[in-house]
Design a protein around this ligand. Structure first.
Ligand SMILES: [Zn+2]
Length: 273
């Protein structure tokens, strides 16, 4: 999940006139990623724009890791279309339900521990087939670890994660940014918890609600993230509103504060789990 940093963008623009703003110094361009990989990413229905190589695989849409396993698989894909602007696209889902998923927070501060507890309590309050439990020892299903990365291009990455495995297990890692520009020196638990809630959403199979147009939450120009693969299933859920409904927990970009499930998110969660 990302957040727009307007003040940073302004500072950067000011700096150009004085010293020249050094940008794209660490950007991995698309041509460093093989055409075969880009074709695999596209065949899964993801944009090939701004794909980045990371340790675990390839990062798309700013915060979703596509692992080699996922790239080489043919995941079952469904689109849940709720309202005009909300589409919950899923790849693999967590299987063997009902299921309790253990979460361990590793080497992170109190706000991250309390944030994890907040996110877990919000999922568990849905009363669905999937529940979460934070553990402090043993082998967890999902480990939350830190990374430190500064802003780039007026945005900062708040956290990242990935999709379930083809064998039906949740993605096993969430990375949370400990950089001072992400959550500040005294992180707000509701803010941190909302981002963890979003990253858990990816771990159990949810894509960004606004994957078809990230400018909905991220601002900027309209970007069509996806070329839909042929034969993609779409599931329309009866009885849900047809008007736009903002503030989904799976929007690509954060509002910088507390954000949880809206009514349509609850419908989508209940439908899948
Ligand atoms: Zn995300």
């Amino acid at each position: 999940m990302k957040r727009i940093l307007l003040p940073f963008a302004v500072i950067c623009v000011t700096a150009i006139s004085i010293i020249g703003c050094k940008k794209n110094a660490t950007t991995t361009s698309e041509d460093e990623i093989s055409q075969q990989t880009l074709a695999q990413i596209q065949s899964l229905g993801f944009s090939t724009q701004n794909v980045r190589k990371v340790d675990e695989g390839f990062l798309v849409e700013g915060d979703i890791v596509l692992t080699p396993e996922l790239l080489n698989s043919k995941p079952e894909e469904k689109t849940l279309r709720i309202a005009e602007v909300e589409q919950y696209r899923t790849t693999n889902l967590v299987q063997r339900l009902p299921r309790n998923i253990s979460v361990l927070v590793s080497n992170l501060g109190t706000a991250f521990i309390q944030g994890a507890d907040l996110a877990i309590s919000r999922y568990n309050a849905l009363g669905g087939q999937i529940t979460f439990q934070r553990i402090t020892s043993g082998t967890p299903d999902i480990t939350i670890i830190g990374f430190n990365q500064g802003p780039s291009g007026g945005y900062i990455t708040l956290g990242s994660s990935g999709f379930p495995t083809s064998s039906g297990n949740p993605y096993n890692q969430i990375k949370m940014n400990t950089n001072q520009y992400a959550y500040g020196s005294n992180p707000d638990v509701n803010y941190v918890g909302s981002v963890i809630q979003h990253e858990i959403g990816h771990c159990i199979g949810f894509r960004h609600t606004d994957y078809m147009d990230r400018s909905y939450s991220c601002g900027g120009r309209k970007v069509n993230e996806e070329r839909p693969p042929s034969g993609l299933g779409a599931i329309l859920i009866p009885g849900t509103p047809s008007t736009p409904d903002a503030e989904s927990w799976m929007l690509a970009c954060s509002n910088g504060g507390n954000r949880t499930f809206n009514a349509n998110d609850v419908t989508a969660m209940n439908f899948l789990y």
